[in-house]
Design a binder for this molecule. Structure first.
Ligand SMILES: [Zn+2]
Length: 606
């Protein structure tokens, strides 16, 4: 059941989201699907559908589609990394069933920037929804390199857009332009889509860094111009809107790094940062050059991204600055900085391997200092602090964003996403009639909506807080209303990335991981169907068989009883027999151990 959202600070009279609990809401089943691939129904004529398929419930797997009669454009094809409740799952991508049923209509995929929650789904989704990809230069190069690792059945069509040219691309009923916006990666863009019912702006991930490292600020003039012309709907990033004020400029980190180099003038400095934050890599390079030190870059993703950015002119490295990892031992500590991966405590990243003493080229010393140029992404706290503890065991001092007051230092990280006042400024520039918070968990969306409401620029009933699958419909009279709910949800990608993993497989993996496996093997005579020996038991990750003879004997007795009571006409290896064994043994094991291992009955006929 759907009902008005009427709690909390914001009241949205359009009542736009399902507050009935996630079990009913996920995955959404198709409600009234009003168009069919076979043709356009009358009710769809002149109607623009706004279809969020990802990014509006959790941060990650961003995907938004616009559909106008026979044309569809898709914005971003992201993925999400799974939580610890999904063992063996590599990525989560959006459920794209709705678009697969209409794939002949898709004119283009427009990508806002090269972060994985916006491009990571491309290798898996593009084969299902083939269409040209449009993006700015760095993004296209990043995608091309990414796709080299996957064998796609066709060569995708890539089109580079110059986001500073004002160029408009006609894609069916849509005319599209990319607008430069600052974020934490080069060439991030907002997208303005001129549709037959009005102009729509998708901000992408953004913040207003008025003094960016690359010297290329957001194109606020164009945003304001579009606002003057009239914008029907603004879809706006919600990630950091709950933080008050303005996000600090990346340049603040420069001062902090300088200070750390001065304080530790006689020590080796190891800096860890996100490999995707190309501008920050430049900032660190500049800091190292200023401190007259050498820089060693270690870690596969960091090297790959730096190489790509250097090739494209987004990163400049002074000649003679770099040393190779295997040359580190030849550089005096006071003259060396190591830039490494692993600021989130990722298991295989360089910093974590150093912490465990497993890195080939770098052995930590008590005289080192480590600088984490990052903040802890929520959910990674345990991994990060575990790694930091390991680092301390070798003696170095560790500087962290969360401890900056303790160390009397400035910032070591800033968000790539707009704070409260930036969101407000964006709304004031664009002055849309309708507003849709995107890219966030529900509380982010609600607070973003609240900011919009407080500006007084947008009517409260024109602000939508919706979740994935809830469509909006815009018509020529410039009104937007809730549309039908379409199928949305998650597709789990495992290992090779080929098969989709079923929910049941995941449950089994979870049970195995937490409670282990209990296999019981019954060998029966093919003719008589009677047990020929006492059943064998193999237990893994559950209990040690030898220490639990009594439980094992009781389990064997259950199997014997099941066979003794078996209807002679039921085959010995039938599912009925195996299910009975499984149920009774599961009950016994739970009663005795309060654990629920996977019980696997195996019947072998000899
Ligand atoms: Zn981003």
């Amino acid at each position: 059941m759907r009902r008005r959202y009427d709690r909390g600070p914001a009241v949205f009279s359009e009542g736009s989201f399902n507050s009935e609990g996630s079990s009913k809401a996920q995955p959404h089943k198709p409600a009234t699907v009003t168009s069919t691939p076979a043709g356009l129904s009358k009710t769809d004529a002149g109607k623009l559908k706004i279809i969020p398929l990802g990014g509006l419930d959790k941060i990650g797997k961003n995907m938004m589609a616009l559909e106008y009669e026979d044309d569809i454009i898709v914005m971003d094809l992201g993925f999400m990394f799974p939580g610890p409740d999904m063992p063996g799952i590599d990525y989560i991508i959006p459920d794209t069933t709705y678009l697969e049923e209409r794939k002949h209509k898709i004119r283009a995929h427009l990508i806002t920037h090269a972060h994985e929650d916006h491009v990571g789904g491309i290798p898996f989704i593009l084969p299902k929804l083939p269409a040209p990809i449009y993006a700015a230069q760095f993004t296209i190069k990043y995608i091309e390199r990414k796709l080299e690792e996957y064998k796609l059945p066709f060569k995708p069509e890539m089109r580079v857009i110059d986001q500073d040219s004002g160029q408009k691309i006609q894609l069916g009923a849509f005319s599209v332009e990319f607008i430069r916006i600052t974020h934490s990666i080069p060439d991030a863009c907002s997208i303005a889509i001129h549709t037959p019912v009005g102009t729509i702006i998708n901000t992408g991930d953004w913040r207003f860094d008025n003094d960016p490292i690359d010297g290329k600020p957001s194109n606020k003039d164009r945003l304001k111009e579009l606002g003057d012309e009239g914008v029907l709907l603004l879809m706006c990033d919600s990630t950091s809107c709950e933080k008050m004020g303005y996000s600090p400029s990346e340049k603040g980190i420069t001062d902090t790094l300088d200070e750390i180099f001065v304080r530790n003038y006689n020590k080796r400095v190891i800096v860890a940062s996100f490999s995707s934050q190309v501008n920050r890599i430049q900032l660190i390079i500049d800091g190292v050059a200023k401190a007259k030190r050498k820089l060693a870059i270690v870690g596969r993703s960091l090297l790959a991204n730096t190489e790509l950015a250097v090739k494209m002119g987004y990163i400049k490295i002074p000649p003679g600055l770099l040393v190779k990892a295997d040359q580190i031992k030849n550089v005096p500590d006071a003259e060396l900085v190591v830039l490494a991966t692993g600021s989130q405590g990722e298991e295989m990243a360089v910093l974590n391997r150093m912490g465990r003493g497993e890195h080939r080229d770098i052995k930590l010393k008590a005289s080192d200092v480590v600088v984490l140029c990052s903040s802890i992404i929520p959910g990674n706290e345990k991994d990060v602090w575990g790694m930091v503890d390991n680092l301390y065991r070798w003696g170095p001092y560790v500087y962290q964003q969360d401890m900056r007051d303790f160390d009397d230092l400035g910032i070591l990280h800033t968000s790539g996403h707009a704070y409260y006042d930036e969101v407000k400024e964006m709304i004031e520039l664009v002055r849309p009639k309708y507003y849709l918070p995107i890219h966030g968990e529900v509380h982010h969306l609600v607070h973003n909506a609240e900011i919009a409401k407080r500006t007084g620029i947008i009517k409260t009933e024109n602000i939508f807080v919706i979740e994935n699958g809830q469509t909006l419909e815009a018509t020529k009279d410039e009104t937007i209303k809730l549309g039908p709910i379409v199928q949305s949800g998650s597709v789990l990608i495992d290992g090779s990335g080929i098969g989709d993993v079923q929910e049941i497989v995941l449950k089994d993996r979870l049970a195995m991981a937490s409670d282990g496996v209990f296999t019981i093997i019954a060998t029966v005579n093919r003719k008589t169907g009677k047990l020929v020996t006492s059943p064998d038991i193999i237990s893994r990750g559950f209990i040690y068989v030898k220490d639990n003879e009594e439980l094992m004997n009781k389990s064997r007795q259950i199997v014997k009883n099941v066979f003794a009571k078996r209807n002679p006409r039921t085959p010995a290896n039938s599912p009925i027999v195996k299910n009975r064994i499984r149920d009774e043994i599961s009950n016994l094991l739970y009663k005795v151990t309060k654990r629920t291992p996977i019980v696997l009955p195996v019947v072998i006929e000899v």
